[in-house]
Design a protein around this ligand. Structure first.
Ligand code: G3P
Length: 217
């Protein structure tokens, strides 16, 4: 399973790259706003300088013509930019046009398996089911990923499934068990992935025992 980082923060992206856990990056308008950026383009280019993996940049226009123009602009920023479009009828229409032109689209804000089916039929390269937001309303986010995986297997559909809105290591574990292609993970959750209390306890015991041997010498 590929690990993307879900952030527009350069320090977090660099840290994930240094740890060796950076196969790509996803951003969205909220993550960009959090950075207080006046120039989104410059940030997208800077991210693309750190990773050659796919970097999702989201369109904010809502009318098809304007969406198309914005998508083409974003795609022109770097070769590894993936255009993110919302799962709306117009988003699907623009996805179809862009995919025919060879521009990769990540269809975002997916909350049902039928939406993921539509995105696949429109030619999406990636789909982003938001698991955490479904869990937040008492629904089953990872159940949605299972359903999408089943549908895509049934028909050999191409899009890679990006498990998005990840809140915990449990989401990452379940994504891997389901066989999802990608998890896009906030830095706070990446930091938790390696942690286990018994690893820490065991390390402390090993170091204490080693210190005793040294004292005896
Ligand atoms: O990037 C899309 C998605 O991962 C957003 O997550 O935490 O805002 O639900 P969240």
């Amino acid at each position: 399973m590929k690990f993307f980082i879900d952030t527009a923060n350069l320090d977090e992206i660099k840290k994930a790259a240094d740890y060796g856990f950076l196969d790509g990056v996803t951003t969205n308008p909220t993550l960009i706003a959090k950075e207080g950026l006046s120039d989104q383009d410059a940030r997208i280019k800077a991210i693309c300088d750190i990773t050659h993996g796919p970097v999702s940049a989201e369109v904010v226009a809502t009318e098809p013509e304007a969406m198309l123009a914005e998508a083409k602009h974003l795609a022109s920023l770097a070769a590894n930019v993936v255009v993110k479009l919302p799962l709306t009828m117009d988003g699907l229409k623009v996805t179809r046009i862009l995919s025919k032109e060879g521009i990769r689209v990540n269809v975002t804000l997916i909350f049902s398996a039928i939406q993921a089916l539509l995105a696949a039929k429109a030619g999406a390269a990636f789909v982003s089911p938001f698991v955490g937001r479904l869990d937040d309303i008492g629904s089953d986010g990872m159940g949605l990923v299972e359903d999408i995986q089943t549908i895509y297997n049934n028909y050999a559909f191409d899009p890679e499934i990006i498990v998005a809105s990840v809140r915990s290591p449990q989401h990452v574990l379940r994504a891997a068990l389901i066989g999802a292609d990608i998890s896009t993970i906030p830095f706070s959750v990446i930091s938790q992935l390696a942690a286990h209390p018994l690893t820490q306890k065991g390390l402390e015991a090993f170091l204490a025992d080693h210190a005793k041997v040294k004292e005896k010498k």
